[in-house]
Structures are given as C-alpha cells and as structure tokens.
Design a protein around this ligand. Sequence first.
Ligand code: HEM
Length: 530
Amino acid sequence: MDSTVDIDHFLAHLQVKWLGLGFKSLCATVIGLHLAALFGWYAVSWVASPLRKYNGPFLAVTNFWRFALVCTRSNYYKTVKKLHDEHGPVLRLGPNLLSLDYPELIKTIYSTDGKWKKTEAYENNSTVVDGKITYNVFSTTDQAEHARMKRPVAKYYTTGSALAVEGHMDAMIDELCSHIEQRFIEGDNKPKAFDFGKWIGYFMFDLVTKLTFSYPFGYMKNGCDFDHLLESSEKVIDYFQRIGQLPWLDFWLDKNPIMKIGPPNLDNTARIAVDFMTRRMQGTDDYDARTPDFLQHFVDAKATHPDLVDNSMILSHTLINMEAGADSVAIILRSAFYYGLRSPETYRKLEAEILAAGLDGEKPVPYSVARQLPYLEAFIRESLRIHPVVAMPLERYVPEGGLKLPDGSFVPPGTAVGINPYIVGRNKAVFGEDSDEWSPERWLQAPGEDDEAYQQRLKRMNAGDLSFGAGSRICLGKNLAYLELYKTLATLVNRFEIELADPSKEWHVLGSWLTIQKGVIVKMKLRKTV
Ligand code: HEM
C-alpha cells in the first residue's frame, strides 16, 4: 500500500471537513479546546493542591477571582470579611494564597528574622530606570536589599527625628486652619459646608512635600489638585492593588520594553524632586538648616553611606515619602472625624478633654502636650483599627519548614499567607464582641475593670494591632504619622466646632490597599469669634 497517497487523501478529507465547518465553528472549536485545557489544568492543579482542605469561594481556584473583586472596587475587604465570618479564620483566596485571621501568628509571620519574604504582589510598585527594574524600600522582596536600603535612613523616622521637623508641621497646620477660616467660614462665624475629606488630602500632600523639601507643593494655596499628583497617586495605588493579584501581568503592562500600559508615571513629581535635589547639592536653594527636612537627611545619608546611597536612591526615598506618607495619614484623619462625628457622645468627650487642657486656640498644639491626652490617643487608635489604611492581606511566603496553624493543620513552604489589618482588627477574641462598632473606650480602662485585667486586655489588643504592619517590614513612617495625627486632630478640635453636613450620609471607600474615602462634608465654626 502507498502511504503517501493515503496521507494526501486524509489531509484533503480533513480540509473539506474543516471548510465545511465554517470559520465561526472553527473559532469556537479552537476557543473551546483552549478553555477545556485551561479548566483541565485548573482542575488537576486543584485536586493536587495541598490547600484544597481550606475553605474559600469556588472561583478562587484561579487568581482571576480576586483580581476581578479588586477591579470592581466593590469593597474587597467587606467581601473577604463576610467570607471569613462564614468560613472561619483560614480562607483560601487563590490557588496559593491563604488569608489568616490568627492574631497569635502576627509575631511569626511578620518577624524580624528575615525569613518571611514579601510576595511578588509588592514588586509592581517599582520603576524602570535605564531599562532595569528598580525596587524601593517598600517594593523590594529581597530582604538583604531591603536592609541595605533601610539602614542609612531608618534613624530619620524615629520619634526624635520627627520632632525635629515639628516646625514644618506647625506651618502646614496653621495654613490649613487659615484656609478653613477664610474660605469656609463667613464673617459672622457662619459655616459653609465643604468637602473636608478633599482638603485633608490637600493638607497632607502639602505637609509631606514641606517635610521632604521644606517647600509645600501648594494644593491648599490653589484649593485644588492643580498638578494632578493626588489623582496620579490614587491611580498608582489602584494599579498596585489590582496587579498585585496577578503579578505576572506587570511584566506585560508596565515593565515591557515596547509600550508601557502601567500606572501613570510620576515623571512630573520626579522632575520636581530632582530639581530640588540638584539645587540642594549645589547649595543654591533657600534651605534653612535650623529646621531640617527629609531631602537633607537623604543627602546626608549619601555622605555617610556612599556605598549604599546614590542619587537615584535619594530620589526613591523622596518619592516614597509622598506615595506612602500622604494618603495614609489622610485616611486616618478622615476616619477619626467621620466615625467620631457620627457618634457625637464620643466626639463630645474628645472635645471636653482637649478644651480642658487649656491650649492656645491660635497655635498648633505641640506634640508633647497632645501626647498626654488619653482620650485623644484612644480616638486615634480606634480610627486606625476600624478603618485601617491597608485592608488587604500583607502577603508573605511561608519559609522552609512550613507553618503549623492553631487548628493543627500544616501549610507547606512556598504558600503565600497574609493577615489583613481590617480582618484581624475586628477579631472578637481580641477586640471584644463589639469589634464591628466604633468605640474609643475599648482602649481605656473600663469602669470596674481592675488594673491587671486592663493591662492584659491592652496587651492582647496591642499584639493584634496590625494597622502599621509588623516585624522587619513594619511601616517606616509610623512615628511620623503619629505625630501628624496627634497634632492635627488636637489643633482642629481645639480651634473649630465641627459637624457633619449630613450625618446620615455615608462616605464612599475607593479601594482596599489604601482605603481612600470620598465624601466627608462638614461645617466648621470658630470656637471663639476673633
Ligand atoms: C497612619 C499612617 C500610616 C499607616 C496606617 C501606614 C501603614 C503601613 C503598613 C500597614 C505598612 C506595611 C505594609 C506591609 O507589610 O505589607 C506600611 C509600610 C510602609 N510605610 Fe506606612 N503607614 C502610614 C504612614 C506612613 C508614612 C507617614 C510614611 C513615610 C513618610 C510611611 C512609609 C512606609 C514605608 C516606606 C513602608 C514600607 C516599609 C518596609 O517595607 O520596610 N508610612 N505602612
């Protein structure tokens, strides 16, 4: 038999058949085969997965589920909270990701031993410089690189160093108060409703740029996001939280060498930062050494650690200050006023404490004084708990040796696990049965509670507080943030009578990596008519 003829015959037959099927059917067949292969692959990897024993939504067999959840901005953290309520403390959020609600594991997972590495979810928050991906102190997943970046600058973020820049904070708090007085209070102390949430954003971006360069960019002066930095920052965060669910997408979207389809680059801001840097190094700006700023600190760090800090690292640190330091504190200020003013009995207690301190109504409240006010402290801690800045799992890889969970099960090395500050912040065993409610009182000794019981309870709450992260990757700006929060809250409450324009109206929360809120509309009056 002639096999060549047979093959020709077969091919001709196949061609006729396929042509007969028509183009549409052909496409449908090809797509169908691909989908079948994909589902087959998911099914096999799912059956073989060591995480199969954990509960989670069915669609979490792929990471597309959580990607879609973040993309729809439909309150990712609320959905995940509901799922935890339904399934318990271990929740499978993806083929290789567990969300854990075990406060007792915070010390293990967010340790200082460098073994629990951040996952690739963080890496997209990096830039391409001269064709090379350049990570920053937040985005690097390499612990050794992280230590090299952090070591020369960590000392500038201590409370002592933050106090050295208190003068810059005072200047910006003063400016915020004057804008409120001039723009939103009429001559006879008549309040005009305004978007305080937006102004908190302008204030914080001015404050952070003042602290960094001794020069506020001018959002309050302009009364708007005149150069779109606030808008761009939100887009950068939005990209970060979405692509963090499917990290490989970053290579195709932002890091590909042909056409970048990533978040808006902060070129304009980077240019301004480079300009400041150049003038500072040449000594041609009007920097006043009596009130240091972060740019000077970073320039000094280059002098003391020339092997670790170069100009691009200085630039990276200044940009991180803006990216990480403005929206975060703004979120907590909004949280404090929103929750506080919706619970007038708690707000009245705060007012009473601040007014009783006999502070000068014309000046920003010094941190040393604000720090002594226990109800203010409770207010700030509750604002951080009930509406944390970050409401997604802080993902880490389980190192060699695996992880034994309190339920006795074993999570193999290489699994991504994370505790979510929002979920753990509402853990009833730690924060009480009313953990879904706003209650600054929970941080204080309750009437009839003895000292020891209170100290035990406080210790438990402190250990379960992940609002600033923990371990070697704990928030670098924590001390600075506390200073800003204490001073700004105390000064505003001391100087103005504040109420929500419509207490029944809820705010709108934009995302989950940063839980930025829109719509905190207030009316303010001067406490004393001047
Ligand atoms: C209320 C204010 C703030 C909150 C609640 C907050 C929260 C956080 C959290 C939860 C993390 C840990 C992320 C993780 O482990 O995945 C973090 C990291 C970080 N934050 Fe903040 N942050 C605040 C303010 C600031 C400020 C003011 C700055 C700087 C000026 C800053 C700079 C950073 C940096 C650089 C990191 C990365 C640290 C590292 O990986 O070593 N943050 N922050």
